[in-house]
Design a protein around this ligand. Structure first.
Ligand code: NAD
Length: 269
């Protein structure tokens, strides 16, 4: 655990936490003292290994299965969390996937799958968390806020992405979900923000970094000239969940090495 843990006594749920960014976020929150639910939908053995890693670091975690796009499974997961930890203070809406294709070939099933998981899944989990934040209110010994929600968005909430129209649309939707919730819920002292990762080295984008040629092409899009690590996002999420960011709500913080700076324009001024 960190020397100065900022989330002691808080209960956090991270969706899609058995891989990539979600795993790093779960570990970072636990390192700051939060009790963490490691949500997963497949591969329970990977969720168990995240739980084991957190426990080995002196933290507290449990793994809970739920498909975030399934209302009943989401509600059951939150009830299981309350039985284990009593309440929720921090939700990280991280679960997501891609189903890429040329626009004219995109099936309705692939459109709906991505919207259901990446956007509706965030709505379903956020609604459960907000119901509990409102029921419980602020616990000043724990946090200045009644609750914190962090939505995992993407640079593609602002950068259009041909060949990935369903994915970019889902992240554009996450941006307005986040902002509208933040506006409605700020008077209740609930903070809602997004993280907009750029290219982070995880299984979701393996083809973009797993050969030297692919990585070189990818780096032309990243002024800071390195691919992101899941831990870059984990550290940011832990800070955004803490009272150190208490006056921040309704904002996307891009963590992208400058990808949203339109690097293609750097020599064309
Ligand atoms: P990943 O594939 O490693 O992790 C995605 C996680 O979501 C996995 O644990 C997966 O099992 C889970 N998941 C998928 N469908 C689910 C469902 N129905 N219910 C519950 N969990 C489900 O990829 P990642 O890069 O770690 O992605 C995490 C988030 O970060 C996603 O929302 C993704 O869109 C976003 N993101 C990633 C990058 C990047 O470069 N890696 C960039 C921008 C945004």
């Amino acid at each position: 655990m960190n020397n100065n843990p900022k989330l002691v006594g808080q209960a956090a749920l991270v969706t899609g936490a058995n891989s990539g960014i979600g795993k790093a976020v779960a570990i970072a929150l636990a390192n700051d003292g939060a009790k963490v639910v490691v949500n997963y939908v497949t591969k329970p053995e990977l969720a168990d290994s995240v739980v084991d890693e957190i426990k080995a670091n002196g933290g507290t975690a449990i793994a809970l299965q739920a498909d975030v796009s399934n209302e009943q499974q989401v509600q059951a997961m939150f009830q299981q969390m309350y039985q284990a930890f009593g309440t929720i203070d921090i939700l990280v809406n991280n679960a997501g996937l891609q189903k890429d294709s040329a626009f004219q070939d995109m099936s309705l099933a692939d459109w709906q799958l991505v919207i259901n998981i990446n956007l509706t899944g965030q709505f379903l989990c956020a609604r459960e968390a907000v119901r509990e934040f409102l029921r419980r209110g602020i616990n000043p010994a724990i946090s200045k806020a009644a609750g914190k929600i962090i939505c995992m968005s993407s640079v593609h909430e602002v950068i259009p992405w041909g060949g990935h129209v369903n994915y970019a649309t889902s992240k554009g939707g996450v941006m307005m979900l986040m902002k509208s919730m933040a506006q409605e819920l700020a008077p209740k002292k609930i903070r809602v923000n997004s993280i907009g990762p750029g290219a982070i080295q995880t299984p979701i984008n393996k083809s973009a970094w797993d050969t030297p040629e692919a990585l070189e092409k990818l780096l032309t899009l990243i002024p800071y000239d390195r691919i992101g690590e899941p831990e870059d996002i984990g550290k940011l999420a832990a800070w955004m969940a803490s009272d150190e960011s208490d006056y921040i709500t309704g904002t996307t913080i891009f963590c992208d090495g400058g990808m949203t700076l339109y690097p293609g324009f750097s020599t064309n001024g």
